[in-house]
Ligand binder design. Structure first.
Ligand code: ZN
Length: 277
């Protein structure tokens, strides 16, 4: 027998989303009233500015250079997935937001590999079938290839493993396991730890996605500078609350002279900007 107090049919979704809308407003208040500290609102602001720069870079907003647009397509998925992850984070779908962060992290590691290894970029471009790409560029294989180049993967094995728990689940985890101390399999309940951890993880993946390719996209100086400035500001805003320690990655990617040396000194011919294109 139907319970009059329990919604049915499409009303179920309206009820879920109404709860999510309420939590979204609650989350905005937490960012604005200092409840989430001073640093996290700065990260949110820096994320917005970085996404604008990434969106412009991914859509040839500074002019089209032709070519395969491999990096542009990947940056486009970073922008759209980040926007969706933020929306989920605001409405209290915390585990689901982290699942998207994992996807962005995979892309971030690939972008770093392509920035360091032109052959890897060209091999990816040559394989148009996703299953063929996955065989060669599995997340673990990408991490190993970065390490073989002497680079620390921005999304390391520890972080990736933790993020994967939200994607695949574990025996010990139910839905919303990480941010649901009361154990209810629901979303839409505001919890301070949710935005705190998720925004830092998201900022890490988005910041490094843009930073590692800002000089390999063939952008004019204005675009290169804006990408560098906005992603650096985003990375520098990241707080300590995250799934794993950030210090080793920050130390190598931001400050390492080796990283500067490893970047290709010239644009690949297929990526040379075309005037009037
Ligand atoms: Zn283009």
């Amino acid at each position: 027998m139907a319970n009059a107090d329990v919604p049915a049919g499409s009303e179920v979704l309206r009820t879920f989303w109404a709860l999510g809308d309420k939590t979204t407003q609650r989350t905005w208040v937490a960012f604005e009233n200092g409840e989430l500290g001073k640093r996290l609102p700065q990260t949110l602001s820096a994320l917005g500015d970085a996404l604008v720069a990434l969106d412009r870079a991914s859509s040839c907003g500074w002019g089209c250079h032709g070519g395969e647009h491999v990096l542009e397509h990947m940056l486009g998925t970073v922008v759209s997935s980040s926007s969706a992850a933020c929306r989920l984070m605001f409405c209290g779908a915390y585990d689901e937001a982290l699942i998207l962060v994992r996807t962005i992290g995979e892309t971030c590691n690939l972008l770093y590999l392509f920035a360091l290894d032109k052959d890897a970029h060209d091999a990816w471009a040559a394989k148009s079938v996703p299953s063929q790409r996955f065989k060669v560029f599995r997340p673990k294989a990408v991490q190993e290839r970065l390490k073989a180049l002497g680079a620390i993967p921005p999304i390391n094995r520890d972080t990736y493993g933790k993020l994967s728990e939200f994607t695949h689940g574990t025996k010990a985890h139910g839905p919303q396991a990480a941010f649901n101390p009361i154990g209810l399999p629901v979303f839409g309940v505001y919890q301070q730890a949710g935005p705190t951890v998720i925004l830092n993880e998201l900022a890490l993946a988005v910041g490094f996605s843009g930073y590692v390719v800002h000089r390999t996209l063939g952008l004019p100086a204005e675009g290169t500078q804006l990408l560098e400035q906005t992603t650096t500001r985003l990375i520098e805003s990241i707080g300590n609350a995250s799934l794993s320690g950030l210090a080793p990655v920050l130390a190598q990617i931001r400050d390492s002279a080796d990283f500067e040396k490893e970047l290709p000194s010239e644009q690949p011919s297929s990526r040379t900007p075309k005037s009037g294109d």
